[in-house]
Design a protein around this ligand. Structure first.
Ligand code: GLU
Length: 290
């Protein structure tokens, strides 16, 4: 049996905090215990928010924590062609359509629907896209693209779900409501998710499943906030014929007031804690690892 492959996949849009430290150390400990491999992947597709300065800091902080990972490190921004190919495969199955509305226009469309009654929201609390652009004719789509209008490429969720059939995944950790074991994927609760944008030919969902497969990742260990995203990941794996890893979603580290950590709270930033004299052993203790 080849050794299991783990990965820690931060986005360099800020400095690491205790929540990242917990996730990274947990991946490291599980890989060690299983005689497995540990990869670091830099998820830097959002060029408006990701910065090289944060990437450098992330690498320094992880090394300070005592982590070792394989090189070369995969940086998603260097593989946009791979993601573009995957979009084409999905488009060839008739599962992708462009939508041209701005965020404000979508908010307006949702408000109209909400005025008529409840409108569904996704597990992150965002209202589902109302599907208006799905009704455009091929001619109208072509004309809008020719005008140079910005667009997002969306997955036609109903068609994708029908094609893939019912799916589940193996959860070795726990979901927010204690879900574990064989979990039924519910990708439809996300609606017609964005797979790519005109200027960025990928999205979190798409690049994460492609990279996990390309890098031979067998164990995805990440925060519970991504638990229900796994539904979309399973769907894309099925549609793109990619191997399915096992999943372990872990508890989230909270601050003293019980709130989820964000990149802007200095009190729990690794750099700040280090500057105040904390050692890597202190960090392990703070996040509740032996
Ligand atoms: N890049 C994601 C984040 O920083 C994590 C992706 C994953 O582990 O699937 O939240």
């Amino acid at each position: 049996m080849p050794p299991p492959v783990f990965r820690f996949a931060p986005s360099p849009n800020g400095y690491l905090h205790l929540g990242h430290a917990y996730s990274a150390l947990l991946n490291h400990d599980l890989a060690r215990r299983a005689g497995g491999r540990l990869l670091l992947r830099i998820e830097d597709i959002d060029t408006t928010r990701c910065r090289l300065e944060f990437e450098t800091a992330i690498v320094q902080d992880l090394a300070w924590l005592g982590l070792e990972w394989e090189t070369p490190v995969r940086r998603q921004s260097e593989h946009l062609d791979v993601y573009r190919d995957a979009i084409e495969k999905l488009a060839a199955q008739g599962l992708v359509y462009p939508s041209f509305e701005s965020r404000a226009e979508i908010a307006g469309l949702v408000a109209q629907r909400e005025a008529d009654g409840a409108w569904p929201r996704d597990p992150d609390g965002a209202p589902l896209y109302p599907g208006t652009a799905k009704l455009l004719s091929p001619g109208e789509r072509g004309r809008l693209i020719e005008t140079g209008a910005p667009y997002a490429l969306r997955l036609d969720m109903a068609a994708a779900h029908a094609r893939a059939g019912d799916l589940n995944w193996t959860e070795q950790g726990q979901g927010p409501d204690g879900e574990t074991g064989a979990v039924t994927a519910q990708p439809q609760v996300w609606g017609d998710v964005i797979l790519a944008r005109k200027e960025t030919p990928t999205s979190y969902h798409l690049s994460v499943v492609i990279d996990d497969a390309l890098q031979g990742v067998t164990e995805v260990v990440r925060g519970q906030d991504l638990f229900w995203s796994t539904s979309v990941h399973r769907l894309l794996q099925k549609l793109l014929d990619l191997r399915e890893p096992a999943y372990r979603h872990h508890r989230l580290v909270r601050d003293a007031a019980g709130a989820k950590l964000s990149k802007s709270t200095n009190a729990t930033g690794l750099r700040e804690l280090r500057a105040q004299g904390a050692t890597p052993a202190d960090i392990r203790r703070l996040v509740g690892l032996p």
